[in-house]
Design a protein around this ligand. Structure first.
Ligand SMILES: O=C(O)CCC(=O)C(=O)O
Ligand SMILES: [Fe+2]
Length: 280
């Protein structure tokens, strides 16, 4: 199992944890009549094996987040997937890749090379790395009740000329149950081309974003809107629906053609079985 990290400010005693709480300073009362003993030592809450149990499947990945867009809600997450996790996912995917299919409500899933050219590998839910990343995603997006669950993770590999044409991640034909959030993360970005394009999003007003989106003419390559660069370990999180349940047109997107090299993405989607199509 995962070893429970000892949070800063704690020291482990014999076989229990003693949490050290900073003593509150009060400038007006430099030597207050406080029971310091009671303040600095809180009795051990849980034996270590229970702490380990609590932390199992959690992760201490130090990702950094920044809101990219408030409407639609899009959050840029640097370092969402760690390099050991990436190595593991790439390794297990190698034996699982098959040509990616496109979902069609009347036709079933089928290969459609006008829409999507890539290979897909569905991850095993029981894999510990998959569980950890799934748990990280679940915690990131907030507790959403028992009707929302993370779908099986998908590793998607694009080689030269691979792409995923413009689409929404939700299914427009459904009336009940739908894909409500997406994390698009990058495991390999060793390519030219291959950005993730949102044609309807406006440019942000601060060019520090140019580290992670294409800003110059060459990188933008004639595409409209925003192009996120496939930066290894990063993830883009977005909400697919407006609060009233209608799909948000702003999150229409494509995986642009890879011109050379390879791109591998990791898709983490969540499904809300209680979503209902609003009346029109
Ligand atoms: O690869 C990309 O940049 C986008 C992939 C995507 O949109 C998807 O798999 O739904
Ligand atoms: Fe997508």
């Amino acid at each position: 199992g995962v070893v429970a990290p000892i949070p800063d400010g704690c020291s482990s005693g014999d076989d229990n944890l003693v949490r050290r709480v900073p003593v509150p300073l009060d400038a007006r009362n430099p030597s207050p009549l406080l029971n310091l003993e009671a303040l600095i030592s809180i009795p051990p809450a849980l034996p270590i094996n229970q702490v380990t149990e609590l932390y199992e499947g959690r992760s201490d990945q130090n990702y950094e987040v920044q809101i990219f867009s408030r409407d639609p809600l899009i959050i840029y997450i640097r370092n969402f997937v760690g390099s050991d996790e990436i190595a593991h996912l790439l390794q297990v995917s190698e034996k699982k890749y098959e040509p990616s299919k496109v979902y069609s409500s009347f036709d079933g899933n089928k290969i459609d090379d006008k829409m999507r050219v890539s290979d897909s590998a569905w991850m095993d839910r029981k894999d510990p790395v998959v569980r950890t990343i799934t748990q990280r995603a679940r915690e990131f997006q907030g507790w959403r009740g028992k009707n929302t669950s993370i779908e099986p993770l998908l590793v998607q590999r694009y080689q030269a000329d691979g792409f995923y044409n413009y689409h929404f991640d939700w299914d427009e034909s459904r009336t009940r149950g739908n894909r409500v959030t997406t994390f698009m993360s990058y495991l390999v970005g060793d390519c030219t081309g291959g950005g993730t394009n949102f044609p309807f999003l406006p440019q942000p007003g601060d060019d520090r974003w140019c580290d992670v989106i294409e800003c110059d003419e060459e990188g933008r390559d004639g595409y409209q809107g925003i192009i996120f660069k496939p930066i290894v370990g990063s993830a883009i999180f977005w909400e697919n629906f407006h609060p009233n349940g209608t799909g948000h047109k702003g999150v229409y997107h494509a995986g642009l053609p890879v011109k050379s090299g390879m791109k591998v993405g990791l898709n983490i989607w969540s499904w809300d079985s209680a979503w209902v199509k609003p009346e029109e």
